[in-house]
Design a protein around this ligand. Structure first.
Ligand SMILES: C[S@@+](CC[C@H](N)C(=O)[O-])C[C@H]1O[C@@H](n2cnc3c(N)ncnc32)[C@H](O)[C@@H]1O
Length: 197
């Protein structure tokens, strides 16, 4: 997620058609928080690595990240995303209607649990911050990959944000069921990737 995520596509041509269509939907709805291009490319790469596996996402938005994932997901992959905002969910469904691998639910993030466990899980709208958080043991298959974006660069340990320890980030980085790493996808953006042990 990024507050300038949708705007960051301005001037970019040669996007995959579904990604471009999802960005258009986000613009039309005035939805600013789409996944940025660099994060989208990372999601596509990870989706390709899953093969004919199960991919889950909380927080579909208008379907930008999901569209990126469909560009590289295998023919036998299954992608399920959930979005609380009905109009956004509908917009994403319009973009991805012709892809039988994709299911978009309207509802709370917790409704995704019934479609897991996942080989790749993107927590972008529920399950990442606050309580309860998604339990990796329940939501991920062993070896499954968890993606958490929207962090900022920090060189201190424990990680800090806005003058305080970033408890959310530390929860995931030190979770006993996960082996986690951070990668910088833009100069001002950090993504946590974690594998279920
Ligand atoms: C950062 S945006 C998602 C961006 C999207 N994944 C993309 O790639 O463009 C977060 C989304 O999560 C949704 N959301 C927030 N809380 C939620 C919840 N409890 N359950 C489902 N969706 C939620 C918001 O409505 C918003 O559309």
């Amino acid at each position: 997620m990024s507050t300038d995520g949708t705007a960051s596509y301005r001037g970019i041509t040669n996007l995959p058609p579904r990604v471009a269509a999802a960005v258009e939907q986000a613009r039309a709805l005035g939805f600013e928080n789409s996944s940025r291009p660099a994060h989208g490319r990372l999601l596509a790469t990870l989706a390709g690595g899953v093969g004919a596996g199960a991919i889950g996402e909380t927080g579909t938005g208008c379907g930008v990240g999901l569209a990126w994932m469909t560009t590289a997901a295998a023919p036998g992959a299954c992608l399920v995303s959930v979005e609380a905002h009905a109009r956004r969910a509908e917009a994403a469904r319009e973009v991805l209607a012709d892809d039988p691998r994709v299911t978009i639910l309207t509802g709370d993030w917790s409704e995704l649990a019934g479609h897991g466990p996942f080989d790749l899980l993107v927590l972008d709208g529920g399950g990442k911050r606050g309580e309860p958080k998604a339990d990796p043991e329940a939501w991920l298959r062993p070896g499954g990959v968890l993606v958490l974006d929207d962090f900022t660069p920090s060189t201190e340990w424990p990680r800090r944000y806005a003058g305080a320890v970033d408890k959310t980030r530390m929860h995931w980085l030190t979770h006993p069921s996960l082996l986690a790493a951070e990668i910088r996808t833009d100069p001002d953006a950090v993504c946590v990737l974690a594998v279920r042990r």
